[in-house]
Design a protein around this ligand. Structure first.
Ligand code: FES
Ligand code: FES
Length: 154
């Protein structure tokens, strides 16, 4: 049965009528037109759909809209602006990370939440934090360089 939800995304409040079981990813992409979080596996296994909920990286394909509606949601589009990019966005450009780009949302959003908790991580801590994310283009080494660079310029 449809319910009315109020979603705060990137600082903007949206009202949405939806099934409470609707994945947050569908609400963001299909209802609000926010296309940074991608549908990859739909099973919480690849990370392409990652957004922040109250500062924590979550997989929006497996998060019900009813469970996200009370929190503050941030997508990649809300992380920085072209004039004032997030250090990770700068570092990804400087290290020329993206290939097809499909996975990048998940890596950046996961790393951004991690760097907030641990601004000066070791290589091993970065690898641990990013475990479970998938990139079929094989950009993993460039991603590691970019996260380290972001921590330096952060
Ligand atoms: S699409 Fe959500 S983890 Fe793969
Ligand atoms: S850049 Fe293509 S899947 Fe990661």
């Amino acid at each position: 049965m449809t319910e009315s939800f109020s979603l705060k995304v990137n600082g903007v409040q949206h009202r949405l009528d939806a099934d409470p079981d609707m994945p947050l990813l569908y609400a963001l992409r299909n209802e609000l037109g926010l296309n940074n979080p991608h549908f990859g596996c739909g099973l919480a296994q690849c990370g392409a759909c990652t957004v922040h909920l109250d500062g924590f990286a979550i997989r929006s394909c497996q998060t019900r809209i009813a469970d996200a509606a009370q929190g503050e949601i941030v997508t990649l589009a809300g992380l920085g602006t072209p004039a004032n990019p997030h250090p990770l966005q700068r570092a990804y450009v400087e290290e020329a990370v993206p290939q097809c780009g499909y996975c990048i949302n998940g890596w950046i959003m996961t790393a951004a939440a991690f760097l907030k908790q641990n601004p000066k991580p070791s290589d091993a801590e970065i690898r641990d934090a990013l475990t479970g994310l998938k990139c079929r283009c094989g950009t993993h080494m460039a991603i590691l360089r970019a996260v380290k660079r972001a921590a330096e310029i952060g």
